[in-house]
Structure formats: structure tokens, C-alpha cells
Design a protein around this ligand. Structure first.
Ligand code: ZN
Ligand code: ZN
Length: 58
């Protein structure tokens, strides 16, 4: 498994991050996930930008 992505603000993995989460592109709070660059993106922007998250929630 790859190294976990870390939040750019608090440097903690997504599961422990307590930062206010919102999309770095559109500021939406809808289904926001931490991405490879340490920033959070909403579902729409992740799909639009082809961004991958740590683990998919099914
Ligand atoms: Zn954080
Ligand atoms: Zn967005």
C-alpha cells in the first residue's frame, strides 16, 4: 500500500484530520476527500480533474 496522503494543513492522515474540509477548487463541502496533493476536493472536482483519493468508500 502506498503511504497515506496527509492533510497539508495539519499533516495528519485524512482519518485523523480535524480541519474544516472543503473543496480547494470550488469551496463545496459535498463529499470532500483528501487527495494526493494534501488538499481536499469535492466529488465533482475529483471526477472533473481525475484526482485519486486514498481509499474508495463503497
Ligand atoms: Zn487537516
Ligand atoms: Zn469542488
Amino acid at each position: 500500500m502506498a503511504e497515506p496522503f496527509r492533510c497539508m494543513q495539519c499533516e495528519l492522515p485524512e482519518e485523523r484530520c480535524a480541519c474544516q474540509k472543503y473543496c480547494n477548487w470550488c469551496m463545496s463541502e459535498h463529499d470532500v476527500r483528501l487527495c494526493f496533493d494534501g488538499l481536499f476536493y469535492c466529488l465533482d472536482c475529483r471526477e472533473a480533474g481525475d484526482l485519486s483519493v486514498q481509499n474508495r468508500v463503497t
